[in-house]
Ligand binder design. Structure first.
Ligand code: AHG
Ligand code: MN
Ligand code: MN
Length: 337
């Protein structure tokens, strides 16, 4: 199909508006604001190397990680784009210690949604021209409309998500998102700034032959995960599996979603809760993966059912093809017996 005859994302959002639980058009407008910011960030990411936007800023975020110039740039663009659009009452971001309260133009607190985001995922890859992404998660607030947003609006279990998605600034720029009615992927035609439906109704294969893990941490992994990695490498049936690790969650999960495979970020001796953040990395990726027929687990429990207690909380994370996650849980359970 010629690209200009494909459905655009704007057309798709309007067509699907009735799917939304609170169908007032606000969630559609929210998604459109995210797309606008994504286009701006994509444009900037494509210029990395040409203008002075690569490298560290010299500051660290609340988690003690070095902040890159593009981390902060992306954070600011998404926040600025969402503020004053009368949709979002609060934003939580990897790059901000606390959540940001957003008031309407008349200083009211009537907006209904909160957004949690990882503005730039895989940012240590920027300087070496490897794919990065943005991850976002959207909830309907639970505090009463008209009052300032509260921490409990952000600390909802992932099953409550109204929408989640990621933008991948890869060989092309793509957005993949769900509102709980399957997963669809759109590719940006950067010459004209439109996203076109390129991956309708995405399905994660039930099985795969790729495992993605930072094997440099192997000696610190729990026994069950060490055993699973050895199982992946065994010469038996359809194994050994292929090892692929980009070090950019969005890119690794995107590949696994399309081709089948599994992403692992286990607990280690140094980091008992793993590295990835539940609210703006794991929950949105888990929602998308489940909606595509895959699974996401912390090793014992479904990621989407965990009750968050902190904004920047971490969790071990296993995500991808359903049968592969079942297998990982089996290996973990065997060691815990
Ligand atoms: P971020 O750039 O937002 O801090 O996230 C980095 C994450 C994730 O994208 C990636 O899969 C993982 O960290 C890589 O961690 P290791 O370098 O420890 O493997
Ligand atoms: Mn990240
Ligand atoms: Mn990040």
């Amino acid at each position: 199909m010629k690209s200009n005859t494909r459905k655009t994302l704007d057309e798709f959002i309007i067509e699907r508006q009735d799917d939304f639980q609170y169908s007032t058009g606000e969630l559609s407008r929210l998604l459109n604001s995210i797309l606008l910011a994504a286009r701006v960030v994509s444009y900037k990411v494509r210029k990395a190397g040409l203008i002075d936007i690569i490298g560290a800023v010299g500051t660290t975020n609340v988690q003690g990680e070095d902040q890159q110039k593009l981390d902060l740039y992306a954070h600011n663009i998404f926040v600025e784009t969402l503020v004053n659009r009368e949709i979002v009452c609060g934003i939580a971001s990897e790059e901000n210690d606390n959540f940001i309260t957003i008031q309407g133009l008349d200083q009211s607190h009537n907006n209904k949604y909160v957004v949690l985001m990882d503005p730039l995922d895989g940012s240590s890859n920027i300087d070496v021209n490897v794919s990065v992404g943005t991850i976002f998660s959207v909830y309907h607030r639970i505090s009463p409309v008209g009052t300032p947003v509260t921490m409990e609006d952000f600390l909802q279990p992932g099953v409550n998500q109204a929408a989640a998605g990621y933008i991948l600034y890869g060989t092309s720029t793509m957005i993949v998102y769900t509102t709980g009615f399957g997963v669809n992927g759109f590719t940006l035609n950067s010459a004209i700034g439109s996203f076109y439906l390129s991956h309708p109704d995405m399905k994660c294969p039930e099985d795969g032959n790729v495992y993605s893990v930072n094997e440099g941490n192997y000696v610190h992994f729990p026994r069950g995960i060490k055993n699973y990695i050895k199982y992946c490498q065994e010469e038996k049936e359809n194994r050994p599996y292929t090892s692929r690790y980009i070090g950019s969650l969005v890119s690794d999960c995107h590949r696994n979603l399309i081709r089948g495979g599994v992403y692992l970020y286990p607990s280690t001796l140094k980091t008992p809760n793993g590295k990835l953040r539940l609210l703006y990395e794991c929950n949105p990726m888990a929602f998308i993966t489940e909606q595509a027929g895959g699974r996401a687990s912390d090793g014992n429990r479904r990621i989407l059912e965990l009750t968050p207690t902190e904004l920047h909380q971490r969790t071990p994370f296993y995500c991808g093809s359903k049968n592969m996650i079942d297998k990982i849980e089996e290996f973990i359970a065997n060691e815990e017996k």
